[in-house]
Design a protein around this ligand. Sequence first.
Ligand code: CMX
Length: 133
Amino acid sequence: MNKIEHLGIAVDDLDKSSKIFELLLGKPVYKEEVVDSEHVTTLFFRLGESKIELLQSSSEQSAISKFIAKRGEGIHHVAIGVDDIAFEMNRLREAGFSLLNDEPQKGADNKLICFLHPKSTGGVLIELCQDDI
Ligand code: CMX
């Protein structure tokens, strides 16, 4: 595990929230991506070695839609960069964490990803991310 790769923030309205974060961070969005498999549209800001990802739901089935209905807008997940996602998934599974995927999945921003259930991590949704190159 090598860094906080990004913080994911669930928002109702990407246009409105991207203006707030552009003003806050003093820089523009560098990437917008629709992730059909997750039913979300995402925007990314660079922040040193890390990023901030804004996530807006594109369907009522999405995890973001459910999260906002229950908890409102705000920090949704912490993504940790890893060198070897298969190794970390095995290590965490053996340590008793609850992984939401058996195999790494393709995620936004050219990453291989795996989520850990927040019930096994003290209430924080954790995403593992490895560069998919
Ligand atoms: N952070 C912390 N807790 C969370 C959470 C989150 N992001 N999302 C849900 N929870 C909590 C809920 O509050 C609830 O707790 P209580 O039982 O105490 O009320 C519990 O987890 C179960 O929540 P739920 O609303 O019933 O939701 P589900 O169990 O259906 O799903 C989860 C929860 C984490 C399994 C699901 O959101 C998931 O699969 N997430 C991974 C995928 C994802 O988040 N995709 C969007 C981002 C994609 C991207 O980054 O590109």
